[in-house]
Design a protein around this ligand. Sequence first.
Ligand code: SF4
Length: 473
Amino acid sequence: MDNRNTNVNELEAAKQLEIINELKVSFEQEYEKTGKRKTYHIETFGCQMNSRDSEKISGILKQIGYVETDTENADFVLYNTCTVRENANNRVYGRLGYLGKLKKSHPGMLIALCGCMMQEAQTVEKIKTSYRFVDIIFGTHNIFKLAELLQTRLDSKRMVIDLWKNTDMIVESLPNDRKYSFKAGVNIMFGCNNFCSYCIVPYVRGRERSREAQDILDEIKGLATDGVVEIMLLGQNVNSYGKNLETPMSFAQLLIEIEKIEGIERIRFMTSHPKDLSDDLIDVMKNSKKICKHLHLPVQSGSSRLLKLMNRRYTKESYLELVEKIKAAVPDISLTTDIIVGFPGETEEDFLETMDVVKKVGYDSAFTFIYSKRTGTPAATMEDQVEEPVAMERFDRLLKEVQLSSAKSAGKDEHTVLKVLVEEVNSQDPNLLTGRLSNNLLVHFPGESELIGKIVEVYLAESKGFYYMGKLI
Ligand code: SF4
């Protein structure tokens, strides 16, 4: 990113902070008059990128003077939407109807929509005509402008729509409100240039742009000072990190720099595309003391013919070779994946190739999906769309195979002592704490809540399949 861009971003951040302070003053005056603070509620749909964006939105709203509430009966309600599959859209339309009724009984209530679904032109047209009670619509590229859009809505009393097709802006140093005090998601890049033929993300999240390495390192040092011990590096494809920077830096090099930061004890990252997971990265994972023993490596299909139609740019053979290399370098690695069944043109032979990959890799778990047509993607107009009953029947068989594979690896650490990051008091049993192993599996064990946020040693007494029962050492 060149100096000109950096200046533009800094100017934009200063402008937004000024608007936040202006709104803060007017909210404070209103509070002095009414004695009531305005409330807000955010509903986040979809992936970790959206959860991270919602933390930024929450930070801006709190800075303005709103207080968070867990009910939608609030003065400001925002849906941060997802559009990766059709049903994600339908859920939002369903909930919007309820919000419209709520607004009738809550004059002055503001409703805002942002996120991936809003980047689709046909969606915005539908909201403008059928959900006129919505006040603010923005997308994935201009989250940082929320205060300005709110101010415009309050001044104009009209629906505000601000959608960008794309951007090269990365506006840093705006308020953000982290959900956890001990672990944090850190964006390292935005957008995706891969254009997998079934995926809507490149059309709604734009072109790849990486954050400056120094901004990422400074943010993580700040987090470590605040007591964060685990970070999750976020990007649609983290392997492509650094390509657009004036001084390119590879993801492997970035990890080496992050490893040096004191206070950070665990490093996770998501998502790695199999097409460009480098030997350097495998080496860094092998020699690292902090990178967690879990890698999410979406395969999507085991059929090289389908992988070509999906524009995934690897084959069944190269994927299996990569897995062997990773397992050789990090023997106790936990591998998880994403798999689509019912992709257009998928034959029984193609599907059996997918089942074969599941058997050969031995995933600890997998997110399995039935192909969902996304308007605007090449796959949506492909011939030989698979009949739903056929896709459902394959989905059931795949699920069984994945469960078989998980069951095989489940319990492999039973009767050993491993490090656990304590995350919360168990939701079912208040005498138990819940934490996560480096390989991302859950452990429940008796302990005091003061341990939340700490990394402790736990004896894994008993495997329960997808989690362990343990004893604090
Ligand atoms: S890598 Fe492919 S599946 Fe992942 S976000 Fe990019 S286009 Fe979508």
